[in-house]
Design a protein. Structure first.
Length: 120
């Protein structure tokens, strides 16, 4: 079965960057100025996106580069604070969650899930 993916990288360059080099899909391109989106430098003012098709683990075609983010605009207003939760503990099953005596935000862990009381 054929598999097709996209290798997508991002660059914080102020000018059009050179495409990533190398022949290994999904390799680390940070030394060339291309980053996984979670690793972009915090002072980024412009972002370029490069994508290249990968079929069965091999690059196909050329990198397509586009600018997706310009200079930073003014700061927006602060949003309202969110609602807190209070983790009360864990129970073995959903059926074991307390149905009374709860206050909004009380939370219990059931397996790998978190259940939060919201008043109903």
């Amino acid at each position: 079965m054929d598999t097709t993916d996209l290798d997508i990288e991002f660059s914080p360059s102020l000018t059009t960057p050179t495409p990533p080099q190398g022949t290994t899909p999904f390799a680390n391109h940070e030394t060339e100025g291309w980053y996984d989106p979670t690793n972009l430098p915090s002072n980024t003012t412009m972002i370029w996106r490069a994508e290249r098709k990968v079929k069965n683990g091999v690059y196909e075609g050329n990198w397509i580069i586009s600018r997706i983010y310009g200079e930073q605009g003014p700061a927006g207003r602060d949003g309202n604070d969110g609602t807190s939760i209070n983790i009360q503990g864990s129970v073995n099953s959903v059926g074991s969650l307390p149905s009374s005596g709860n206050t909004n935000g009380d939370a219990y862990v059931v397996g790998t899930d978190l259940y939060v009381w919201v008043g109903t």
